[in-house]
Write a protein that binds this ligand. Sequence first.
Ligand SMILES: Cc1cc2nc3c(=O)[nH]c(=O)nc-3n(C[C@H](O)[C@H](O)[C@H](O)COP(=O)(O)O)c2cc1C
Length: 193
Amino acid sequence: MPTSEPMTIFENWFAKAKKAEPEYYNACSLATVSANGKPSSRIVLLKHADEQGFVFYTNLKSRKSLEIKESPHASLCFHWGNMKKQVRIEGKAELVSADEADEYFQSRPRGHRIGAWASRQSTPCGDTDLEQRVAYFTAKFGIGKIPRPDFWGGFRIKAERMEFWEDRKFRLHVRTCFELKENNWSEAWSKVR
Ligand SMILES: Cc1cc2nc3c(=O)[nH]c(=O)nc-3n(C[C@H](O)[C@H](O)[C@H](O)COP(=O)(O)O)c2cc1C
């Protein structure tokens, strides 16, 4: 299947961001909404993107994960300052498979895998709680394999709308919006403002 137009643009911009942005070129703001309609946002790192969706990993007991369970609609917003570009992605989030999460988890540095066990994300903790938990899990796993905790996994946002924003001279901006309808992407509009 040929790559769709919005995905082609995204891949092109993402590859350029990898060179142009000194740190965290894959960082984006993830917005979720609670069952009672209250929005919240935070930065996550994009770990995979293709026509199937945009994947990030997290603690499954975190606020974002609980909100996604309550209401699967979510959005990602990338801002690449050096490139003067923004991408907005909207769609429904779904859990990645256990196999996919396992494979990614095992690719992470050992310290990150220990950190996943030690962290009780979104939960208040005392000054030394985290260090103690890191020490505990470091000793527990020793030099053996570190399995993926069942409270750690990934979400894939299956895009339904993607908007590309570019800065131009005289503070004119070009925005191009694509929408997915019946499995086909089409350009909904393009505007210069
Ligand atoms: C640069 C950067 C990258 C981050 N990447 C992730 C990530 O990939 N996954 C994650 O769960 N949290 C990540 N965080 C932490 C989140 O922003 C957030 O603090 C945490 O996930 C708890 O959010 P929640 O309580 O709304 O669920 C990152 C923070 C920063 C500043």
